[in-house]
Ligand binder design. Sequence first.
Ligand code: SF4
Length: 268
Amino acid sequence: MEKPKSPKPAKMPRASAASAKKPALAPAKPGAARKPRARRVKIPYSPEEIREIFRRFSIQRPEPKGELEHVNPFTLVVAVALSAQATDAGVNKATRALFALADTPEKMLALGEERVRDLIKTIGLYRNKAKNVIALSQRLVDEFGGEVPLTREELVTLPGVGRKTANVVMSMAFGVPTLAVDTHVFRIGNRLRIAPGKTPDEVEAAFMRIIPEDYLFHAHHWLILHGRYCCKARKPECERCVIADLCKSPEKTCDVPAPLVELPAQVV
Ligand code: SF4
């Protein structure tokens, strides 16, 4: 998963209503994932417009899935940590062989740093990442009985795991509604002026304030997939966009929304 690039300053006008689809696996502690920390700025969307945006995303992709391949929480942590400044497709190519050999921290340690490095050498920053994979495996064995911890506070103590990785793991492995801000989510928040912020944390806090509760669980994937396949970085494909009539981006090139139909699953 790519990281946000250059944060754009955002002078936007005030967030409206807040309101997660039920976690698929384990329920979230009330309020655990909602921790607005950034200052509030006014946004040019009504609560009804925001709800309509997410309603349309939910029709396009009723069961959105992350595109990083993994077989358990441990391999998910490793895959997300490897995805910094890399594409999901590139990470998947490398991790298929890696996870076939090592799908637990113990097996990863037995594989050793050199072998891990060799298996992931097609991914950017692979030397450092191999070190982190071994270090985080060691920490999981030493401190957490070989299991991936459930809380953000514990997850971010793992080498190579930051807030974004922790949020992805909490959401995908444990069903806690969180919003990890990658380059696509960051761009959409600012481009649409819907959740503006200068940093990923500010954008996360802004989104967490406005996303209706019943749409929060899938919002992360909807936003990523919308950014990856439609509201693209270089040139948004507004004529293919189902929210073109609602979008208030100055970069928008079309006001007519695309037909609202369920999209076929993307193959990475
Ligand atoms: S209308 Fe264009 S700019 Fe707005 S969300 Fe859709 S693709 Fe992005």
